[in-house]
Design a protein around this ligand. Structure first.
Ligand SMILES: [Zn+2]
Length: 72
């Protein structure tokens, strides 16, 4: 979504190690780690993810769920 950001100071950075792109979402740090993302921040807190990493996170968690279901 095109969104004007004039609050530059409150802009968060992606918490994935070595990334640093602008964060668009925040998720549970533990879930992010479970999804295979290595966080530069404390995983017991929320992790901020950029668009790319959020997409990756969603893909991984979806796969996880499928695997869990298949494991039944
Ligand atoms: Zn990122």
């Amino acid at each position: 979504m095109p969104e004007r950001r004039h609050a530059v100071e409150s802009a968060k950075r992606c918490d994935v190690e070595g990334c640093g792109a602008e964060a668009v979402r925040s998720v549970s740090g533990k879930r992010a780690e479970k999804a295979g993302l290595s966080l530069a921040s404390d995983p017991s807190k929320n992790a901020h993810l950029c668009r790319n990493h959020y997409r990756e996170f969603k893909k991984k968690t979806k796969k996880d769920r499928t695997l869990e279901r298949l494991g039944w």
